[in-house]
Ligand binder design. Sequence first.
Ligand SMILES: Nc1ncnc2c1ncn2[C@@H]1O[C@H](COP(=O)(O)OP(=O)(O)OP(=O)(O)O)[C@@H](O)[C@H]1O
Length: 611
Amino acid sequence: MLEKLKEPFRYPKVALKDKQTVRAKAGGKAKKKPTQTGKTLLRLWAYLARYRGKLIAVLVMVICSTVFSILGPYLTGTAINLFIEKQQSGFATFLFIIGGVYLLQAITTWLHNIWMINISQQIVFQMRQDLFRYLHRLPIPYFSKRQHGEMMSRMTNDIDNISSSLNSSIIQILSSTLMLSGIVVIMLSISPLLTLLTFIIVPLMFSGMKWITNRTSYMFKEQQQNLGELNGFIEETLSGQRIVKAFSQEDKVKQGFATRNEKIKLSGFWAQTLSGFIPKLMNGLNNLSFAIIAGVGGILAIKGNAITVGAIYIFAEYARQFTRPLNDLANQWNMMLSAVAGAERVFQVLDEPVEEADEEQAITLAQVQGCVQFKDVSFSYKANDNTIQGVNFTAQPGETVAFIGPTGAGKTTLIQLLCRFYDPSAGKILLDGTNITSVKRESLRQHTAFVLQDPFLFAGTIRENIRYGRLEATDQEVEEAAKQANAHSFIIRMKQGYETELILDGGGISQGQKQLIAIARAILANPSLLVLDEATSSIDTVTEIKIQEALHRLMQGRTSFVIAHRLNTIQQADQIVVLQQGKVTEKGSHEQLVENNGFYTQLVNGQFELE
Ligand SMILES: Nc1ncnc2c1ncn2[C@@H]1O[C@H](COP(=O)(O)OP(=O)(O)OP(=O)(O)O)[C@@H](O)[C@H]1O
């Protein structure tokens, strides 16, 4: 961890919204670019197509609201002309019509917004459901290759991106395109000369803005980068607080924080100053173009009367509106690209091969005696790495088998093979004489329970966490299991007892208490096979005794496989399997192996000082 503190740069970790704002301010493009836009859009359409009828209704409303919005200035200009020409009654009627048009525009806009939000929420709801369900069909190797954060990001950020893009981008792109075409047609019909002038001024204005933003965007990027660096530093320092204190590194950490804070102050000053200045500059340029058009229009009106004052108003209004859809199109396009990239990442997960289906003839095991045989079992994670090589042993029903061996010897892998998280590349594993590949995975796992070194507890009450072992268990059964696991007494000493809410991964209770809850969960599951990865961390003696007692009860009458770290457990095992580089080098009882005076004796002597 301390090594990491020295890292000069960390990737920015700012909220998505902030990223988009910074990007938009910086005039930057969306970072995530889709690579298969066409294919992804087609798959997105498969989701959208279910709401075809509603989409058509949205489209009609978008067209109506755009037409009303284009009509507004035209009608106002005509009203001005009527006012100048002193046509009182016509003027009043027009005012009434203008009011009606703006009201209709508001209603149609509201309708298409709300309908589209409804459609997009239903779509992302479905996508989330699909993705989450699919995640549970993926094989374990898929998860061991990926970081949880990355998976979370697909479930949350990417789907959120799709949602906001569906909410607004589709409508915006549609209405901006319609608006732009409508405005150009009306502008041309009023004055081709002024239209030409607008077509010259607007791109000039855009190029000017682009020139400025290109030269200033690095300041926003720098601010984003510095902010990310500071966030990462704070996150790391907080989670590593104990290590910082243990190594007395407080001064170094404070210094590191001060440097990063200073950097963010400087870049923040320039970025914020610019973020205030750029919109004003944009406004100024807009007003300038407005003044040029109004000026030229005025000269035309005075000189040849080729254009009326009302028409100049209409034209200037449209010229002003002309830039808005252009801007919107550029922004929404970037958002769309990032949403398509998000969708692509979601679909990538949905394209992953699922856990191999059970054999067609696979059986469900009603009762399990618990005789487990490994017969010439070999396995490799990657081609030719020979993680497990020709392993043979038999565990009789109710026996305890302890796996021991140096780190990386393959102890965990053997357990994973037994639970069919992976299948052997050669040999077979028999349960009561049946090859486990002919047993339904669900059935096999229903007869197996795990108590791992660092048991995983979900956010929820203690009762819910124990009940995870058997969902239909009654409250009484849950408490009985807790008693058997020596967990009951510490649970009832807590203020809320069994209803105490645990935060994710059992934060708030001790490591030993977590173990006891995990044992209660396993007792409640009442499995025939038990997998136990003994904790290496030292736990206080009283809790340790309680754990040992509870484990002893749990293991009674079940075939248990223990990745053993305690001499006591090893000595009590019916059979010890010694692994070295994926091979079984010795097996037998403690006494037999000590008599052999081989690697086992060396290993145990090294760790436990055998007499
Ligand atoms: N998911 C994986 N992908 C590729 N290689 C892996 C994977 N998991 C483990 N290995 C490798 O397989 C070998 C055996 O690992 P395993 O975890 O079974 O050992 P172990 O005896 O349980 O070790 P430890 O006592 O440290 O937990 C190691 O070399 C390890 O690096």
